[in-house]
Design a protein around this ligand. Structure first.
Ligand SMILES: Cc1cc2nc3c(=O)[nH]c(=O)nc-3n(C[C@H](O)[C@H](O)[C@H](O)COP(=O)(O)O)c2cc1C
Length: 180
């Protein structure tokens, strides 16, 4: 059974290292899973319960559908001002009520071991949304990678990213299929 993993970067910056990580995840993914990058969090309106009603904004429907179709989620995010980038927090706020993270395995990766706040805050938010954070790790990267090739070209980082996907894969597999 193929496991679908949705990969999200918390940075909208062109040449973003976190964007490069989620693109690299597509390349290094184990055979048993398909990784799709969700590029639309920057298109979501600012969350407001008044507009969280039918007909929902098109961008919100795309976000919720992408999450519903995924068995697991990979998030790679920078830390901004000791917190979660607003664009990513806004995206998460849009699915608090609709519940797409419920029971879903999530792996958190980032480029810097010196960004503890974003990881702790994402863990807290995802946990209160009933998501299952199964891994939080910093990839052993050197320099500031800006493309997927930069990451795939660093064997230690590529292996760590593949290991993160493997952890997600095992967490998302039905118990009967967990052979490893
Ligand atoms: C507005 C802003 C605030 C930042 N605040 C922090 C911070 O609090 N802690 C930290 O470790 N890095 C901070 N950084 C550095 C970014 O997390 C870092 O440059 C990251 O690698 C950028 O990710 P990206 O390449 O995916 O855009 C900040 C960067 C910006 C632009």
């Amino acid at each position: 059974m193929t496991i679908h993993i949705l990969a999200i970067s918390g940075s909208l910056r062109s040449g973003s290292s976190n964007g490069a990580i989620v693109q690299a995840a597509v390349i290094v993914a184990p055979l048993e899973c398909v990784v799709t990058v969700f590029e639309g969090i920057g298109e979501l309106p600012s969350f407001n319960p008044d507009i969280d009603v039918e007909p929902f904004p098109e961008s919100v429907l795309r976000w919720r559908t992408a999450l519903q179709q995924a068995s697991a989620v990979l998030i790679s995010s920078p830390e901004y001002a000791h917190g979660v980038p607003g664009v990513l927090k806004n995206a998460l706020d849009w699915v608090v009520g609709s519940g797409e993270f419920m029971e879903k395995p999530v792996a958190l990766v980032n480029v810097s071991a010196y960004s503890p706040y974003v990881t702790a805050q994402l863990q807290e938010t995802l946990t209160v949304m009933m998501g299952r954070v199964v891994l939080a790790t910093s990839l052993p990267l050197t320099g500031r990678p800006s493309t997927a090739a930069d990451i795939v070209g660093q064997p230690d980082a590529a292996i760590a990213l593949r290991d993160a996907l493997d952890t997600l894969l095992r967490a998302a597999q039905p118990a009967t299929e967990q052979v490893r």
